[in-house]
Each structure stands twice: as structure tokens, then as C-alpha cells.
Design a protein around this ligand. Sequence first.
Ligand code: PLP
Length: 393
Amino acid sequence: MTDGFDFDRVIDRRGTHCAKWDMMEPLYGVPAGDGLAMWVADMDFLPPREVNEALAAAVAHGIHGYYGDDASLRAAICGWMARRHGWRIEPDWILNCHGLVSGTALCIQAFSEPGDGVVLFTPVYHAFHKIIRANGRTIVQCPLAIEDGRYRMDLDRLAGQLTGRERLVILCSPHNPGGRVWTAREIAELAALCAERDMVLVSDEVHHDLTMPGQAHSVAALAAPDHIDRIVVLAAASKTFGLAGGMTGFAIIPDAALRRRFSVPHQANGASPNRFGMIMTEAAYTHGDAWLDALRRYLDGNRRLFDGGITAIPGLRSMPLQATYLAWVDFSGTGMAEAEILERVERRARIAANHGPAFGQGGEGWLRFNLAMPRARVAEAVRRLQDAFADLQ
Ligand SMILES: Cc1ncc(COP(=O)(O)O)c(C=O)c1O
């Protein structure tokens, strides 16, 4: 038990239409029987009790029609942003999206034309790449530099890459993978470059609540108030509370003119809310503070255990996470080809982890491991990896 919350409880999710566990074998060839699912960013913990109580009340009522009257939900989101992030927002700045990948796609459609460039700091969340390509835009990859073992945006490099056809920058803040918490200053400098080159800054802050103890997230809209007319913040309760199946996220856009531009594809796509996602989000944002604080401490413990075990293997290096539960491990020091690394991780250790190259330039030689699972499973993963690379020790 961590502060009264049982994150140690192992719950079998196999056979429940759970992408993380039920798609592990088809996608990675890791056996469902004793494999460990450490890929997609989805947690194996129960959410705060009040979330399931709110759903149970909806089920007890029994009729599951269209959702309406979202005033209490908007108030809950405003309360959460003020309490947790020091950001006072107005209810009408919030536009509901069918998850944040969809919200990102709407931003691409709203703020660029086919053929335009969209900037990504890579390696970065793989769905950004897919959604930009699927919308017929061009990805401009600006590789992150590594400084003192952590990622850093190289804005001089980006300035040199820009051709004038780039209409938006998608920032992942905190960054996935690598867990970097961008400082207010870094964000302000990026926003200034966006203003200079007339680009919209889309700040995907879905991991904002999952900072490690002692780390503080900077909301882009607060970090760069001078450029608020070109900032979109994407946020959701989905990663924070493990509610991703609810497919609910929010674009928060303080500037009215930018909001109107976003509304064009938003309306054209007939966006309407997911009833269950809205119910879960409101309950989590209303009752989830103590649960989240305990979760962050627990994840910090998992991170320490995992990193300690990984560092003991010569040639492996885990980037120190400032946020997220997604350990980012560099295998390049082993000198092995990717096929051999995967043979050891997937066949010998029977672990499914995300492959680095899917995150774009700079992901080669890396794997991403999801640590949001009971600690005993993290310990088991460490044991298996140490065995799989035992010849290096
Ligand atoms: C940066 C980032 N944005 C968005 C998402 C997913 O958003 P959604 O499930 O709401 O579409 C993820 C999931 O891992 C993510 O890491």
C-alpha cells in the first residue's frame, strides 16, 4: 500500500480487449502466457475509487444516451488546472476531443494546408509522425541534443532548418520519450521562434501530471504569455488516471481567434463527447488529488528500481526521467545490431517494449519500457533483462 492506495495489486488484464496485454503477442511475438507488456502508455492500476463509482452509478441508471450539460465537467477541468498547474482558465477555452491524437489531427487540419511542414523534436511520440503523414503534411524532424544525459531542444538548428513552409510545431511537454520536463524559459524561447516564423505552437501536455516528485511542469500558455495568440494546450485525464479507453481529451485555447480556427475542422468532423470519458474525467479531476500524489511516489520507486537494475548491465543506459512512467533505454553501448537486441528482449526476456526507431530520428538503438505496473512486475522485468544480457556482465 502506498498512502492507502494499492498499486501493488496485480490484476490480470488478459482477455479483456486490453490493447496492452491482448495485442502483445500479435504485435511483438511475446507470449501472452508469461510475457510482460511494457509497451503502450497504459497503466495496470485501478483508477481512484470515485471514478469507478461514477461509472457504476451510470451503469445502475442503465441508459447510455448522448452526453449533455457539461458545466460541471468544465468546472472540474478549470479546478484541476488551477490547483495542479496554477493555470486559471475559462470554461469556454476548452474544446472536447475524441482523445488527443485526434485533437492533434484537428490542429494539423486547422493550422496548416496539405504539403505544409509540421515540426517535431525527435525522438517523439510515434503517433505524431503517423498523423502528420496521414494528413498529407511534411514532417520536419529537429533531433533533440543530449546534454548531461538529458534531451535539449536545439533552436538554432531548428531556425536553420525552417524553409517558410512550416505552419506548426508540435511540442511534447513533458517529453515522451525521455521524460524531459521543459523549463518555462525553454518553452518561451520556442514560442518566440514560432512568433518570428509565424507558426502555431501545439503543446501536448498529456503527461503534465506525471512529474516525478520535486519536478514542476510549465504550462506553455503561462510560460509564453506574450505569444498566447498562437498557443494550443492539449490535456486529458487519460494518462494521469489510466482512462485512455474513454477517448476523451481537451484542446485548451485561450485566444478567441485561434479557437475559431480550431473550431472549423472540429465542427467539420462532427466531434461529440464520449459519455463514459466525460463521466470518468469529471470524477478523476474532482477526487483524484491524493491518489495522484501517491501514484507519483510509487512511479518514482519503480523508476529507481528499474534504473538501478538497468545500469548494472554494461552497455545499457536509462535516461533519468523527470516525468512520465516511460523508461527510455539506450542499448547502443552493447554494440549489438537492433535484431539481436530485440531477440534478447522479446524472445529471451519475453518483454514487449516500444522500438526506438518508431519515435523518429535519434530513436535508433533505444527501447521504451512502461513502468506503470505493480512493482513486483518491474522487479521481474529487471531480472529477465539481466539474464538476457548476462554474458555482458
Ligand atoms: C504525448 C502523447 N499524446 C497523446 C497520447 C495519446 O492520446 P489519446 O489516447 O488521447 O489519443 C499519448 C499516449 O501515449 C502521448 O504520449
